[in-house]
Structure formats: C-alpha cells, structure tokens
Design a protein around this ligand. Structure first.
Ligand SMILES: Nc1ncnc2c1ncn2[C@@H]1O[C@H](COP(=O)(O)OP(=O)(O)OP(=O)(O)O)[C@@H](O)[C@H]1O
Length: 228
C-alpha cells in the first residue's frame, strides 16, 4: 500500500526533516508512527498524500509513484486517502451532513448517491442524531467522529491520521480508536502518527519510531517505548 525508498526531505530553510527512510506498509495493516516532537512524523504523512514532495527517494502509494504523479492526478490520489487531523478541520458554516456530503460532491457524486451514502456513514460513526448541527455546536469527540465520517465516505484504501486524539479526552480517544479498529477490520490500511502512549501500548499494533528523521525502531505488536 505504501512504499518509501530512501526518502529524504529537506525543507527550503535547510531543516532535514527525514533522512533516508525506507518503509513498507502492506494493505490492511495498522501502523503507529511514534517519536518525539519534530522527529518527522507529520512530514512523512505529508509525503504520502503529496502535500510535500521528497527531496530524494521514491514514494509509492497504492501502486503509483506520487513523486512522478502529475498535479492533475493528485485529486485522484487524495480520494483514495482519508485524512484525519488533530484539529478536526471541519468547515464551520456547514452542518455535519454537509461536511461529509462535501467530500462526495467534489468527486461528482449525484444527489441520490449523497442521500444514500452520507446517512449510513454517519450512522457508522454514531453521528446520525446530529446531522444538522454545525461544528461549533459539537463536542471535540463528535467533531472528530464527523471528520472520520468525512475521511471514509469515499471508501479510501488508506487512512492517514496525524495525532487524531490530540484534542480528545481519554474516553473520546478510546471511542475514536474503536472506530479506527472497525474501519481497519474492513480492510482499510491505517497509518497514525501519535503521542498517545496508552493507546499504542494497549493496541499492540506495528510501531514505527522516528527520531531526527530516521527510523530507529519498527516492531510488530510494539509499545510506545521508554525513550520517546
Ligand atoms: N513546512 C516546513 N518548513 C520548514 N521546516 C519544517 C516544515 N514542516 C516541518 N518542518 C521541520 O521539520 C522537522 C520535522 O517536523 P514534523 O512536523 O514532521 O515533526 P513531527 O514528528 O510531526 O512533530 P510533532 O510531533 O510535534 O507533530 C521539524 O524540525 C520541523 O520544524
């Protein structure tokens, strides 16, 4: 699903965010990306969805080189990737329904399709009773569940989550993780950058640890680690 070969990223200000990373993630895997602040976790996720280009190396997502990809092909890549962020990033003046529907509208989905798909996705994340609320009227947990609904509404093959529990209390964090586990069980690959030690320790998934832009640990059934 994701193959990175000898990837380095140097930002224009000369900061070397990633240094010769080689990483393979198979379809259906659930991978935690851990490491101290500034280790390069967000940069890695940005290379996968082509928000940034690598300075060196190759990035293959779902069988396609995102480095060689033309700009006009990027929207098709993004449709295959559901993204979830720490700060939710919902559109403030749209309702829950409209926020999720918007992700379908931009793909050219018909009204009929939207009326069919959006309610079922909102049911899946437990937001069916709040379809007409706006983000400001929702709790953090509800906002994030709406963001997850938006991320999965196009049936992505991959979910990239950048510290998705960062603004949630422990109960809401666990609710969110259950949702991600559910989505993963249905076959969607998940790559999640996180500082949530308890969650990583409990879930015993593959853990990739970054430090100063290099992978210092890649462990199946791993824990968060003592030296992070
Ligand atoms: N757009 C940018 N321009 C210049 N430097 C950047 C840019 N984005 C990130 N960096 C730098 O690259 C390094 C890696 O940053 P990155 O955001 O990938 O780390 P991170 O592991 O996600 O950190 P955190 O856990 O705090 O989110 C840091 O030194 C950061 O300051």
């Amino acid at each position: 699903m994701i193959q990175l070969y000898n990837v380095s990223k140097i930002y224009p200000n000369e900061v070397k965010a990633l240094n010769d990373i080689t990483l393979h993630v198979k379809k259906g895997e659930f991978v935690f990306l851990v490491g101290p602040s500034g280790a390069g976790k967000s940069t890695l996720t940005k290379l996968i969805c082509r928000e940034e280009l690598p300075s060196r190396g190759q990035v293959i997502v779902n069988g396609r080189s995102v480095v060689r990809m033309k700009n006009r092909e990027v929207p098709y890549l993004r449709r295959k990737i559901g993204m979830v962020f720490q700060d939710f990033r919902l559109i403030p003046n749209k309702t829950v329904f409209e926020n999720v529907a918007f992700a379908l509208e931009v793909t050219g989905a018909s009204r009929k399709e939207i009326r069919r798909v959006v309610p079922s996705v909102l049911r899946m994340v437990g937001m069916e009773k709040k379809v007409n609320m706006r983000p400001a009227q929702l709790s953090g947990g509800e906002q994030q569940r709406t963001a997850v609904a938006r991320a999965i509404v196009n049936n992505p093959v991959l979910i990239l989550a950048d510290e998705p529990t960062g603004n949630l209390d422990p109960d809401n964090s666990w609710e969110l993780m259950k949702l991600f586990m559910d989505i993963n069980r249905r076959g969607t690959t998940i790559l999640m950058a996180t500082h949530a030690r308890d969650i990583v320790d409990d879930m015993k998934k593959r853990v990739v640890q970054l430090e100063n832009g290099t992978i210092v640990r890649d462990e199946e059934g791993g824990v968060y680690g003592h030296d992070v």
